[in-house]
Design a protein around this ligand. Structure first.
Ligand code: B16
Ligand code: MG
Length: 211
């Protein structure tokens, strides 16, 4: 199968910021006395910050006002950004860097499709600030995954049809978004076994054999 472009999810695909999301939410949940573990965390993959907070608050024993929720989301984002500030080019693995370079050398166009509003900052930290031809992220969408908007935006920025693009995702919500948008999807990590995906990646490097 040959694809003209690959649209990559960011957190959990290009870099391990999914772990920082977990740590930041865990700190907030512990402070509020709300049970939170990695199983619940997996439901937050690919969904927006406020939707993530609502999932965490399902286990809360009290109701919170909209103002309190906004403050919690900001508190979590500040914790998360403290962790992001510690990132450097060393947080981009050799495997991801080499695979991205090999794909681009073969003429495959590369883009980002992430729900995160922190996408530009993260790409800068890991040395990929100018690498991708198109970046669609949480700053330019009104619906987060599983809605296909972010991937459709990335394809439109490239001037390509979804049928010409492969989406790479680690979240079930992301796989659902890709398929809803008419994209083939390669699933890895938490979404590895998702049956809606056309490809199942044990490692990022396997993309070399697909595209
Ligand atoms: P932010 P992705 C998503 O990024 C994360 O998976 C999800 O856990 C997070 O809530 C969302 O970004 C919003 O992130 O708070 O930084 O705007 O996986 O779509 O790259
Ligand atoms: Mg992800």
């Amino acid at each position: 199968m040959s694809y003209k472009a690959i649209i990559f999810d960011l957190d959990g695909v290009i870099c391990s910021t999914d772990e920082y999301h977990y740590q930041a939410w865990k700190t907030l949940a512990d402070r509020l006395g709300i049970p939170f573990d990695r199983t619940i965390n997996n439901r937050l993959r690919g969904v927006s910050r406020m939707e993530s907070l609502e999932i965490i608050l399902e286990k809360a024993e009290q109701a919170y006002t909209a103002e309190e929720k906004a403050a919690f989301a900001e508190e979590k984002n500040n914790l998360y950004r403290e962790l992001l500030h510690q990132m450097s080019t060393a947080d981009l693995s050799d495997e991801v860097r080499d695979t991205l370079n090999a794909l681009r050398a073969k003429g495959v166009r590369v883009a980002i499709g992430s729900s995160s509003k922190n996408t530009p900052f993260i790409l800068e930290r890991i040395g990929l600030g100018n690498f991708f031809e198109a970046v669609a992220d949480g700053n330019c969408i009104t619906h987060s995954k599983p809605h296909p908007e972010v991937f459709l935006k990335a394809a439109a920025m490239l001037g390509l049809d979804p049928a010409d693009c492969l989406v790479v995702e680690d979240a079930h919500a992301g796989v659902e978004a890709a398929v809803a948008g008419g994209f083939d999807c390669a699933a890895m990590g938490d979404a590895y076994s998702d049956e809606r995906a056309r490809w199942h990646l044990n490692s990022f490097g396997e993309l070399n054999g697909i595209a």
